[in-house]
Design a protein around this ligand. Structure first.
Ligand code: NDP
Ligand code: 2IT
Length: 451
């Protein structure tokens, strides 16, 4: 007979056949929950799974703006307020042409458990638009952000829902969004995180996700008597998470040798030059071909030249891999290649970067595998530290925030690791993180009644 989780999964597949990313994210979580659902029938009695897979509120709206030629442009904007059982809605805004309901529901669903794992009082949400900031002028990005906020502002607030950055949304976009929120509401409050330091941003928020992923990898390896020091690492992505992942790897004596963007990959045998990477991506907003111009000894490979069915970055022999670009960028064949080349540690900086098959391969091989909702939680955790500073009208030092981040990542590892042991699956942090993240939210939902 099908288990409770399997029954809900089948219903969900029938209801949302056109939301593959959402179904994938739910499947990964539900597969892990069987031990706790079997042990505690209360979750089935209270129909927690049917409830937790449906967003509390889904907001979809039109975003119309005028481009530099005077033409009217129309985009779709969204905010998915998924779960507020343990705190105000919290999660990023993604600006990318691929954004749709499936992608945002997967991200919002993941965010529920990630935020719970941080140990902080934050619920789960995600939003964004199919607007592509790439190739747009500053004025176009500003006008888009302003009209996006013209609708979003009525649904958010410092104790209601606090959006932040994600793919395509960095400090520049958060600034424009914040300016318009303030204009519309007259309120100078911590309604967005990832703000500029000049108006309420937190030191170390920019670095937090990448740094946090490396701290998480170190915790996993320490338990195994290993470390990253002196080790070669493969990193994907070339944005916020990848850049500060590379920076922290250098600081602890490891060597990141790759970065990737949507057009290609850089292999730099001398170690990725983070100053050059920042110049290319943060200042010039250029493609990685520019890195090759600035560092001629580096090798550049265009996506069109990747080996059939593989992401070239995962064919580079490495001790540790840090996928930090986007979902499903590590498939089963990539996983096989990484393992065949001796990779001992995979730490997910991006959200759901590994397909279900790839996750299974890493878990089966018993390497150190840090699932996204645990390993990349440093970003949102530091966002909550920014909210705390805003609420108290304080500004903490870089060291203070970084130390708190380090402590939070260590706690997330310990919690996931202990929970895995408690349910008879020592070392399986996928199961540990999913159960630990779920339990707190589910118990809070039960305590708050059916409302
Ligand atoms: P950025 O927009 O700063 O960078 C994204 C990078 O990934 C860019 O280099 C981009 O290439 C590349 N990329 C994006 N989409 C694709 C794609 N479809 N195919 C190939 N490459 C792609 O985003 P972040 O660094 O903030 O986010 C990266 C990942 O980390 C995402 O999964 C995000 O959800 C996750 N994350 C982010 C957090 C944060 O605090 N920012 C927190 C936790 C998770 P190009 O330069 O060509 O655009
Ligand atoms: O996926 C994520 O955790 C983020 N994009 C960061 C969210 C946040 O609120 O800082």
């Amino acid at each position: 007979m099908a288990s409770y989780a399997e029954k809900v999964m089948e219903e969900l597949k029938t209801r949302y056949p056109y939301q593959p990313e959402f179904l994938q994210a739910v499947q990964e979580v539900l597969q892990s929950l069987t031990p706790i659902l079997d042990k505690n029938k209360k979750y089935e009695n209270y129909r927690i799974i049917e409830r937790i897979v449906e967003p509390e509120r889904t907001i979809a709206f039109r975003v119309e703006w005028v481009d530099d030629t005077g033409a009217i442009q129309v985009n779709r904007g969204y905010r998915i307020q998924f779960n507020s059982a343990i705190g105000p809605y919290k999660g990023g805004l993604r600006l990318h042409p691929s954004v749709n309901m499936s992608i945002l529901k997967f991200l919002g669903f993941e965010q529920i458990f990630k935020n719970s794992l941080t140990g902080l009082a934050i619920g789960g949400a995600k939003g964004g638009s199919d607007f592509d900031p790439k190739g747009k002028s500053e004025n176009e990005v500003m006008r888009f952000c302003q009209t996006f906020m013209n609708e979003l502002f009525r649904h958010i607030g410092a104790t209601i829902d606090v959006p932040a950055g994600d793919i395509g949304t960095g400090g520049r976009e958060i600034g424009f969004l914040y300016g318009q929120y303030k204009k519309l509401t007259k309120s100078f409050e911590g309604v967005l995180t990832g703000k500029n330091l000049l108006f309420g941003g937190s030191l170390a928020r920019t670095e937090a996700t990448g740094y946090g992923a490396v701290y998480f990898a170190e915790s996993m390896l320490k338990e195994r008597g290993e470390s990253l020091e002196g080790k070669t690492c493969a990193v994907s992505g070339a944005g916020n998470v990848a850049t500060y992942c590379c920076q922290k790897l250098h600081q602890i004596g490891a060597k990141p040798v790759t970065v990737t963007d949507s057009k290609g990959m850089i292999y730099d045998k001398n170690g990725i030059n983070v100053d050059v990477l920042k110049q290319v991506k943060e200042v010039e907003r250029a493609s990685l071909t520019r890195y090759k111009e600035l560092v001629p000894s580096a090798e550049y490979t265009a996506v069109a030249d990747y080996p059939e069915g593989l992401h070239k970055v995962w064919t580079v022999p490495c001790y540790a891999a840090f996928p930090c670009a986007t979902q499903n960028e590590v498939n089963a064949r990539d996983a096989e290649k990484l393992l065949a080349n001796g990779c001992q540690c995979v730490t997910e900086g991006a959200n759901m970067p590994s397909t279900l098959d790839a996750v299974h391969a890493f878990v089966k091989a018993k390497i150190a595998f840090g699932p996204a909702k645990a390993a990349n939680a440093g970003g949102v955790a530091t966002s909550q530290l920014e909210m705390e500073q805003n609420a108290g009208m304080q500004s903490w030092s870089f060291e203070e925030v970084d130390n708190k981040l380090h402590g939070i990542m260590q706690n997330i590892f310990t919690n996931a690791s202990e929970t895995a042991k408690e349910f008879g699956q020592a070392g399986n942090l996928v199961v540990g993180a999913n159960i630990a993240g779920f339990k707190k939210v589910a118990d809070a939902m039960i305590a708050q009644g059916v409302c």
